[in-house]
Design a protein around this ligand. Structure first.
Ligand SMILES: Cc1cc2nc3c(=O)[nH]c(=O)nc-3n(C[C@H](O)[C@H](O)[C@H](O)COP(=O)(O)OP(=O)(O)OC[C@H]3O[C@@H](n4cnc5c(N)ncnc54)[C@H](O)[C@@H]3O)c2cc1C
Length: 452
């Protein structure tokens, strides 16, 4: 273990009942980034995290180019580079009939150390949270860890309901309450702020198993073909996990993150809830002709076997209000997994957590919103968020639908192995720093796939 195993000193506890400009619920990458951005804008911020660092987060551990822009802006990039990490230069994909496609990330981005990294989340999240703590302390903010938000406070003014703060408790059981014109929900896929907005206030669904993915990861050492500190991360669309994928992501010092993920509704339809992802992964590692040799001398890191869920950002059919689902209301905005923004094809969620974190800081202004963050501003956030991320999330959803059918997947991979324009599209999807319109247009995708 390195510096990230040390305790983080979060400083003084604020007085019970304090009023802030912004309260952030959840100190994952999204929450840490949001707290930092608002604090850098001069807001008095309170960042609340229920776990105590160092804390793990179940993930594939790949931090893409989209994230690195924010990681750099927040001053975390040099911290990462001073710790062991794997530099990703390409993504190797394979389909069930054995066709392989290698998506090279831009050479220039790799040389400038902006292509992407993979490193354990226990390490990445620690640095994001630690940096947020420093930024908040420099700007008069407060940070609490081991503080669980248990309730969201709502005020009703005429016909409008407004979130005005939170209730929660410390690890010692002390009950505390805080208020602010803006509360940011960054508590992941079970975020209490997101639950309040969707289920309690708007009576819209929060969890949708057609768009939620179950995933399971383990750490292994000594996996053949994963040596060194730079190279490819691997995504394998194999029969045993269709639709979904089996991944092999080297992370640092010979450790490899190995996992499996599948949309929950498909998992239930195809293999039943009896066959767990853990069992599926065990079978693949022990018996699959492409992998069993590679794991022959490998050893599992005991205790690393854990599962979690990914809330995808795929467009919902007949969504009751905003796509992919409602993520804001008067007094609150949700970001990252709390806003269901994970890419439905690649499973990448850190990048969109950071993009949405920054967007909240561009929309909230304490001078304009001192009496409360208005419903109109909340609606603007949801519109801007979907304008920014909707095209790429929709495109990724189309690709997810393609890989669902085995013959179509094999056809697509064969096309991709031969056609530069498809590989370029996939490079942009995976390595793009920000959403880019042209590549995500329906016609581009159809042309790329159908024209010779
Ligand atoms: C198996 C798996 C593999 C994945 N692989 C990748 C990958 O390789 N690359 C990638 O980019 N993404 C990947 N993802 C998605 C990625 O992990 C998430 O999208 C990302 O963590 C979202 O960040 P976040 O800050 O929104 O939420 P989280 O990282 O979930 O952070 C939420 C934080 O809120 C805290 N919290 C929750 N409830 C409360 C409460 N009541 N009070 C206070 N605090 C609370 C939690 O403790 C946590 O620290 C993967 C996900 C899974 C499950």
């Amino acid at each position: 273990m390195g510096a990230w195993s040390e305790k983080i000193d979060v400083g003084k506890v604020p007085e019970n009942g304090t009023n802030f400009d912004v309260i952030v619920v959840g100190g994952g990458p999204g929450g840490s980034a949001a707290a930092s951005y608002h604090s850098m804008n001069g807001q008095k911020v309170l960042l609340l995290e229920k776990e105590i660092w160092p804390r793990d987060k179940i993930c594939g551990d790949a931090v893409g180019g989209k994230s690195l822009r924010h990681v750099k802006e927040l001053g975390v990039k040099t911290m990462i580079e001073a710790t062991p990490h794997f530099r990703v230069d390409s993504i190797l994909m394979s389909s069930s009939n054995g066709t392989e496609v290698k998506i090279e990330l831009p050479k220039e981005a790799f040389e400038k150390m902006e292509a992407g990294y993979s490193l354990p989340r226990i390490q990445f999240d620690y640095m994001m949270f630690k940096r947020a703590t420093e930024i908040l302390h420099e700007n008069g903010g407060y940070v609490m860890q081991g503080f669980s938000v248990t309730g969201v406070k709502i005020e009703t003014e005429g016909s409008v309901q407004k979130i005005i703060g939170i209730d929660g408790k410390t690890k010692d059981g002390e009950l505390m309450t805080f208020s602010a014109p803006l509360t940011i929900g960054a508590g992941g896929y079970n975020c209490p702020v997101a639950k309040t907005i969707t289920e309690t206030v708007y009576e819209e669904p929060m969890r949708d198993i057609e768009h939620y993915c179950g995933a399971y990861r383990e750490y292994w050492n000594n996996v053949k073909g994963c040596e060194g500190d730079s190279g490819a991360i691997e995504i394998h669309f194999i029969d045993e996990v269709n639709p979904g994928y089996f991944w092999i992501f080297p992370v640092n010092d010979g450790t490899v993150n190995v996992g499996i993920g599948m949309v929950i509704s498909e998992q239930r339809k195809q293999v039943g809830i009896k066959k767990s992802l853990k069992k599926m992964q065990k079978d693949v590692i022990a018996n699959h002709p492409l992998f069993k040799g590679r794991f022959e001398n490998a050893n599992l890191v005991e205790g690393s076997e854990r599962g979690w869920q990914l809330p995808f950002g795929s467009p919902r059919k007949d969504a009751p209000s905003y796509q992919p689902r409602r993520s804001a209301m008067a007094g609150a905005m949700c970001i990252g997994d709390a806003a269901s923004l994970v890419d439905p094809f690649s499973g990448e969620g850190i990048g969109n957590a950071l993009v949405s974190a920054k967007l909240t800081s561009e929309i909230f202004d304490k001078n304009i919103h001192s009496d409360g963050f208005s419903e109109e501003s909340a609606n603007k956030y949801m519109k801007d968020l979907w304008d920014k991320l909707g095209p790429e999330l929709t495109n990724s959803y189309r690709l997810q639908q393609v890989i669902k059918r085995k013959w179509l997947l094999n056809w697509f991979m064969k096309k991709a192995s031969k056609k530069e324009s498809i590989r370029e599209m996939m490079t942009e999807m995976i390595a793009g720093k920000e959403a880019s319109g042209g590549v995500y247009s329906k016609w581009f995708v159809i042309k790329a796939l159908l024209l010779p």
